[in-house]
Every structure is written in C-alpha cells, then in structure tokens.
Design a protein around this ligand. Structure first.
Ligand SMILES: Cc1ncc(COP(=O)(O)O)c(C=O)c1O
Length: 401
C-alpha cells in the first residue's frame, strides 16, 4: 500500500474519516503547537519579537501561500477570507457605469455578492450556464450534473460581450466539483482585454493552479490549505494590482511600518507589492496558524497531493461500478480521466435520494461528508489512504457497517 504524502499522524483525526475539507480542513498538530506558544506571549508581550513575529509571521505566510499556488511572495496579499480578496478586487477595479461582470451560473455566493454590490454603481453581474440543463438558485435541485466532454469554457467565452470588463469563476466548483481550465478562459480574456479573476478556495492546497493568464486568485485558508477560518490570501499580477485602488491602509505605503520615522508624514507612495491591498495590522494568531498549515502542505508538495487524490478517486470510482452509484461513477470517472475533477467528488442525486439520511448513515460510521444543492460531496486530500477509500466504498454501496 502506498504511503500518503501527508502522514495521517500530522493530524488528530483519530478514527474519524474526514472527507469534509471542502467545508473545513483540519489543522495539523504543529500549527496548534505554534499557536499555543504564540498565545502564551500575549501574557508576556515583552517576549513578542518585532522582526520574527510582528513582521516575520505575515512574511512567512506570504512565502508559504506563494509556494502552495506556484506564485511569488511579493504578489501575495494577506486577507481574511476569499470574500475579502474578491471584495478588494471588486471595489478597487476601475469599473465604469454600464460595465458587466460575467460568471458561471451557480457560483458560491462569495463570488457573486462582491460583484452584485456594484449594481449601485451601474455594473451588472451576469451568469452563464456551463452546460445544457444546468440550473441554479431555487431550481438548483432540478439541475442536470456536468457531463464529461461538454465545452464549459467555450460557453463562458461565447458570452463575452463588448460590455464585459471582467470574468470571474470558481476554479473548482463547490457543488458539483467541476475544475475549470484557467488557461483557456484566461488566455481568451487577455486577448480581449477582459480581466480574469478566480475564486480558488476549493482547489488550493490539493491542486496547483496555472496562473499564467490569471489576474487575481482569491483564497480562504480554511479548507484544503489547512488553516483556521478567518484567514486567507489574494494573489494578483503586478500589472493588475496597479489598476486597483488600494484599501487605504497605513501599512500599504512606503516605509509605513518604520515607526522610527514621523508616521504623520503623509508624503509617501503606495507600495507596489501585495501589501498594497492589505488592511492594517494583520492577525498574528491566524496568520501563524495558516502559515503552519501551508508549511506542512508545501513540505509534502502539492503535486504529490494531487497525484495521490487522483489515484484515490480512480480507486473509489472503480469500486462504485455496478453498485448504487454506478451511473454517477461512470460520469465522474469520465470527468476525472479528462482532468476535470478537483478534490471533490460530487455524486448527483438532485431531488432523488434523501441525502440527509445518507449523511446520517455516514456519521454512524464515523464518516464526515457533506451535501450541497443535490450533490453528495466527498473531498479527498493528501492524508487519506486506500483503507479510507475502502471505508467510503462500503458506506456508498451500502455494504456492511
Ligand atoms: C467556492 C467557494 N468560495 C468561497 C467559499 C468561502 O468563502 P469565504 O472564504 O469568503 O468564507 C466557499 C465555501 O465556504 C466556496 O465553496
């Protein structure tokens, strides 16, 4: 049996089978140890070090966040969530009245409301179905699932109009698990002078994005990146960042952190790196926890994690063939084989089966999964094993308990 790239002993999951990092990833023990040490210093603030902690922790976080997505640390902005990153882009981008933002139908609301908030400024948010029979909103349960072989990206590109200033997508979709081709959408957007923004939270930590044609990639740290809720990062290209109005923070200007200078001297330029979009003093506690989660991940290597997840998905889908989810196993295997799956395997039932009862049965077996919009979600990561796949297969096929 092959060893998983992340040693399960790094975590404290005991006998629980946690296939729920699409909602919340577990923190490694090491992160909690580092946090405990840092929190003790809150009792003795003279022990807090300006270089290694006050400045060093966010710096370390930018470094690890850059590694986990294959970017440069100077392009990372530390943020509190995916939404905070997307909002910094939405509010800072030089939209004009009449502009339009284009997104796939059925985005997670974090990638809808920051754009819908611009309606008061005359900017329209327009959704595009990605396949025939896709539904969302109050009709979500009547949707067909994404079929293999559909031209998802083509539908977005065909929908670009002269008013489209920005296209935004989830790299991996929260409900059906589909992974979009960022190169294809991004290159076509660049050719048309349209900005391309990505909500990356459901793929980051298990998969490596291609950022070549992306302008901004926003990510909360609480899922595949193994951090706590309330911390995340935004990656932007220097050219795109330059177009955005800064948040206006005192630490986003040249020499802002140099308290030996007269800080009331406002004749300073805005920083050009990712700190330009940050928002004042950062949470050291949260930054440290996310940095440690990412450090563990980077130690294993995201490519090793994605290869491992892919192997486990193939194995699980093979074992579901001929069982209760056999139709879905065939559809998902075709998506997996064509590189269309992120870490989530989402078995579609629509209005069919009661997913509540299925999840209750999972709970009884110590398995923590989730359901959204008529899909049963099983999210694999680098610490899962073949034995876990075995347990999942037995649950999903309704055999022994
Ligand atoms: C695609 C996607 N984006 C964003 C989020 C979370 O957004 P935030 O980090 O702003 O809470 C989720 C789930 O919680 C999600 O599935």
């Amino acid at each position: 049996m092959t060893q998983p790239p992340l040693d399960p002993a790094l975590f404290d999951l005991q006998d629980r089978l946690w296939v729920l990092h699409c909602a919340k990833g577990p923190a490694p023990r090491e992160a909690v140890r580092a946090l405990t040490d840092l929190l003790a210093k809150e009792l003795r603030p003279w022990e807090l070090d300006m270089t290694t902690e006050w400045a060093g922790i966010p710096e370390g976080l930018r470094l690890e966040a850059a590694r986990v997505i294959g970017g440069r640390p100077e392009d990372i902005t530390v943020s509190t969530s995916t939404s905070a990153g997307l909002t910094a882009v939405a509010q800072g981008f030089p939209f004009r009245k009449g502009d339009e933002v284009l997104a796939p139908l059925g985005e997670f609301p974090s990638n809808a409301w920051p754009w819908k908030a611009l309606e008061t400024r005359g900017v329209q948010f327009r959704e595009v179905p990605l396949w025939e029979g896709q539904r969302s909103g109050t009709e979500a349960l009547d949707s067909l699932p994404p079929p293999a072989g559909a031209d998802f990206e083509g539908r977005i590109l065909d929908a670009i109009s002269p008013r489209t200033r920005l296209v935004t997508v989830s790299w991996v979709r929260f409900q059906d698990g589909l992974k979009l081709d960022l190169d294809r959408i991004g290159q076509a957007c660049r050719e048309r002078g349209v900005a391309f923004v990505v909500d990356g939270i459901q793929g980051a930590g298990t998969h490596l994005p291609s950022l070549q044609w992306v302008d901004a990639f926003a990510c909360g740290g609480q899922k595949g990146c193994l951090g706590p809720q309330g911390h995340g990062f935004l990656w932007t290209t220097p050219a795109f960042r330059q177009q955005l109005v800064p948040q206006g923070s005192w630490l986003s200007v040249e020499g802002g952190a140099d308290l030996a200078r007269t800080v009331t001297d406002f004749r300073r330029g805005w920083l050009s790196d990712g700190r330009r979009l940050e928002c004042g003093s950062l949470s050291l506690v949260g930054s440290l926890a996310l940095r440690e989660g990412l450090r563990v991940l980077n130690g294993a290597g995201v490519s090793a994690v994605s290869a491992h997840v892919d192997r486990l998905q193939a194995s699980l889908l093979e074992r579901l063939a001929g069982k209760s989810y056999s139709g879905e196993a065939v559809r998902l295997e075709a998506l997996r084989a064509s590189g269309r799956l992120g870490p989530l395997m989402c078995l579609h039932s629509g209005r069919g089966e009661s997913l509540g009862a299925t999840l209750q049965e999972a709970h009884r077996r110590g398995i923590f999964a989730s359901a959204r919009e008529g899909y049963l979600r099983v999210a694999l990561h680098g610490w899962h094993t073949e034995a876990d796949v075995d347990r999942l297969a037995r649950w999903l096929s309704g055999t022994d308990s």
